[in-house]
Design a protein. Structure first.
Length: 368
């Protein structure tokens, strides 16, 4: 491990590779494909580095949220198919230019894309059909299917590569019945489409926790985002966190009893305290939710709670009982002190924290 002299996010490609093969080992069939979700800059890491590594490992598919994310991958030389999960109408030309595969999830998007493909006389441009089975975010409902199929059958400009949906609570064992209902509805809806389409696209519904908890629903492909980066939300499965966020002690203050720390004087010392300032704040992804002893860091192996409100550029932590000095390394999270554990203390989730780490202010360091 490196010894940080500034705030830095380390990206461990060895852990990524191990997670990749761990997920592959969980697949119910050898023929089941794996789609890597690399949206939000590879869940806050570095989408280009992550994607290049996964392409070396022969990943089957990538998924991004927006066309701009897919374009960055193409410009970096990524050749693997890329599904755009939430394409917008203004990105059609670039989707075609960069050989991206749009998800068609609403009638407005379906009509706009079909019209454009026809005008450009495109032949069998790959698309994916998103079904709404209960998440109620995007996707076609069951009563939309006749109209959807009708439009698909009238166009020779597209090829439906996959039909897919998304589980709403696959990590929650108390919602197992709901997840199974979603899977059953997906099976019925997709079968209805295929019976009229005349060919058989790939099917996929499982995310990371879904592929762990519902092996009978792996279909032709599964998607993994958070699992590749080291989290599952399921205690029986242990992935290796890819992200390590480190910083350094900039200054140490010794304050007297009843002195305050930070904005709005939200921390008032009850005794003499030793306070360390760490140069990472809410502009870097450490939100104010972690302030006032909700969050913590580790210094020389000891837990140091954040005191006062999180500042834009810094946090202050209580090191009264920790032997440390200015310049010592600070671990915000790593594979031992995980982002998941830190987020639990503040009532949030690892997704939110790791995807919020600033790309402009926090350097990236590739390990392995």
């Amino acid at each position: 491990m490196t010894n940080a002299k500034q705030s830095v996010l380390e990206i461990n490609l060895q852990s990524l590779e191990k997670n990749f093969f761990h997920i592959k080992s969980l697949l119910s069939k050898r023929t089941t494909k794996l789609m890597a979700v690399v949206k939000a800059n590879g869940y806050g890491s570095d989408a280009l580095i992550i994607s290049k590594k996964l392409e070396e490992l022969n990943i089957d598919y990538f998924a991004v949220a927006y066309a701009s994310e897919g374009i960055l991958l193409r410009k970096a030389g990524i050749k693997t198919p890329i599904l755009v999960l939430l394409p917008q109408a203004n990105s059609i030309e670039e989707i075609v230019k960069f050989d991206l595969e749009p998800s068609l999830y609403a009638f407005s998007i379906l009509k706009t894309f079909l019209k454009f493909f026809k005008e450009k006389n495109l032949k069998k441009h790959p698309v994916h059909i998103k079904l709404n089975t209960g998440l109620n975010r995007v996707g076609f409902n069951s009563d939309n299917l006749p109209a959807v199929v009708s439009k698909l059958l009238k166009s020779d400009n597209i090829l439906v590569k996959s039909i897919y949906s998304h589980l709403a609570a696959s990590e929650d064992f108390s919602e197992t019945s709901f997840s199974k209902t979603q899977i059953e509805l997906f099976s019925a809806m997709s079968s209805d489409i295929i019976s009229k389409l005349g060919y058989t696209p790939m099917l996929h519904i499982c995310n990371t926790s879904g592929l762990i908890n519902f092996p009978d629903a792996h279909y032709d492909m599964v998607r993994s985002g958070i699992g590749l980066y080291g989290f599952s939300g399921i205690s029986k499965i242990k992935f290796l966190p890819v992200h390590r966020l480190k910083s350094v002690i900039s200054q140490i203050h010794v304050i007297n009893k009843k002195e305050s720390v930070g904005y709005n004087r939200s921390h008032i010392s009850q005794k003499n305290e030793k306070i360390a300032t760490v140069p990472i704040g809410h502009a870097d992804g450490i939100t104010r939710a972690f302030g006032n002893k909700k969050g913590f860091v580790f210094i020389n192996g000891e837990k140091a709670f954040i005191v006062g409100n999180v500042c834009m550029d810094a946090i202050m932590v209580d090191v009264s009982n920790i032997s440390c000095k200015e310049g010592d390394q600070v671990t915000v999270f790593d594979e031992i002190h995980t982002a998941e554990d830190l987020c639990l203390s503040a009532g949030t989730i690892s997704y939110e924290l790791i995807t919020s780490v600033s790309t402009n202010r926090i350097a990236r360091l590739i390990i392995g």
